[in-house]
Design a protein around this ligand. Structure first.
Ligand SMILES: *Cc1c(COP(=O)(O)O)cnc(C)c1O
Length: 435
């Protein structure tokens, strides 16, 4: 790499750090951790300011589904720009957003759904919590004011979503602001569903809803469970009249091999949260999807207290809706789910070798959501961060969660790309863990 090219990176990092505050990032060491400064992208590769290419093996933090600069999605965006970029959905409508909701309705695992759009997953969860709470008060039930959530859960960073999210690193500071849900164990406890079912039975009268991430607790380091356990918890909710809120912000749009993980669990949530992959990773859009039963509890006279007094400025943004609509069509046209299942099988086989590496503790996986848990002999070795840095040096963009290396390939990845990710990961582990 020539000096001129090296300095392009350094110059951009300096400009960046001077004015931008990055999420989940200690800014005092931001530059030292050699961030990738993306200038443009092509297919499944990101290109930095020095022209270096990186295979995007984390789907740009789990949002990109079909790749970057997908011609059909670009075209959908261009066409919508010539109609309208945004108009409010508060008390008014927009043809593109209506078309999107119509197209999503038969595809989501929710009965006779209505869609309340927002811009981020956290907002979708926040809306779900308020809807679940008000669902009861609208019917004169004032005792169902609590939520049951799981250990290791992650539902976003707003105060409400942080409250149903698990305790621990980074959240404890906000304890004075967080409300306290009932807490069942997370997916690392094989008895999690038994405990959850027992808690639902014992506290049914005070529970507004149960909130779960189906099959995979992503941000916890890709902790996984089996579909039957999720189904049992859903059954307990139905038996005790407690609403089931399912957060598919991460698992939705094909990551686990079906369009939604709820399908594998054979559950029909009362409220579903979607985000991340909804627009293929193009634009910020999320939605809270309510079943007919939930939705109808909010019907009443105009200007009455039955109304959900909630709505974000950019709810149902037309540009995002246009891309999301075309994205949904492409899932069928490109047979994306078939590729996810084939690549997931390939990735699982290829990772068998990595799993036997002495530096690797466990590999957890559902579809194309994978966590490779490293097993450092002592604390403080920063293996997760260093292995990912070594992979980035080799042109594969990875990002860890602690000592778990997350692999979240773009859903249209080719067999060669999957092989390359696994090969580079193996090399990176060798370099960092067995020097
Ligand atoms: C990422 C994520 C969220 C939060 O979504 P944002 O768009 O980052 O606010 C919520 N729930 C789950 C399961 C997630 O993975």
């Amino acid at each position: 790499m020539s000096d001129r090219l090296t300095s392009a990176h350094d110059r951009w990092v300096d400009r960046d750090a001077a004015v931008v505050w990055h999420g989940f990032t200690q800014m005092s060491t931001y530059g030292a951790n050699r961030p990738v400064i993306v200038d443009w992208a092509e297919g499944r590769e990101l290109v930095d300011v020095d022209g270096r290419r990186y295979l995007d093996a984390i789907s740009s933090l789990w949002v990109t589904t079909l790749g970057h600069r997908v011609p059909e999605l670009d075209e959908a965006l261009r066409l919508q720009i010539d109609r309208v970029a945004h108009s409010t959905m508060l008390g008014n409508g927009n043809t593109t957003t209506v078309r999107l909701a119509e197209a999503l309705a038969p595809r989501v695992p929710v009965s006779e759904p209505h869609f309340l759009f927002a811009s981020d997953g956290a907002a979708a969860v926040e809306q779900a919590l308020k809807i679940a709470f008000q669902y009861w008060t609208n019917q004169g039930v004032t005792t169902r004011t609590r939520f049951l959530a799981l250990g290791n859960a992650y539902h976003g960073d707003t105060i409400g979503s942080l409250s149903v999210g698990a305790d621990g690193f980074g959240t404890d500071i906000f304890d004075p602001l967080r409300f306290q849900p009932l807490r069942a164990p997370g997916y690392d406890d094989p008895g999690w569903a038994d405990t959850a079912v027992a808690l639902i039975a014992a506290h049914a009268d005070e529970l507004a809803a149960v909130v779960v991430e189906p099959l995979v607790q992503g941000a916890a380091g890709m902790l996984v469970t089996d579909p039957a356990s999720v189904e049992r918890v859903a059954d307990a909710c139905r038996e005790h009249g407690v609403l089931l809120v399912v957060d598919e912000v991460a698992t939705g749009f094909g990551r686990t091999g079906t369009l939604f993980a709820s399908e594998q669990c054979r559950i029909r949530p009362d409220v579903l949260c979607i985000g991340k992959g909804l627009t293929g990773g193009y634009l910020p859009m999320a939605a809270t999807v309510a079943s007919r039963r939930v939705y109808e509890a909010f019907l009443g006279p105009d200007l009455s207290e039955f109304t959900l007094y909630h709505g974000h400025s950019f709810s149902g943004n037309a540009l995002a809706a246009a891309v999301a609509l075309r994205h949904l069509e492409l899932f069928d046209e490109l047979e994306v789910l078939a590729n996810v299942r084939d690549r997931a099988r390939q990735l699982g086989d290829a990772l068998d070798g990595v799993a036997r590496h002495p530096a690797v503790g466990e590999i957890r996986r559902r579809g194309l959501m994978v966590g490779v848990e490293l097993a450092p002999p002592t604390d403080g070795l920063r293996w997760g961060r260093r292995v990912c840095a070594a992979a980035v040096e080799r042109g594969v963009l990875l990002r860890p969660l602690g000592d778990v290396v997350v692999i979240m390939p773009i859903l249209t990845s080719t067999p060669d790309e999957i092989d390359r990710i696994v090969r580079v990961l193996g090399e990176a582990i060798d370099e960092v863990c067995c020097p």
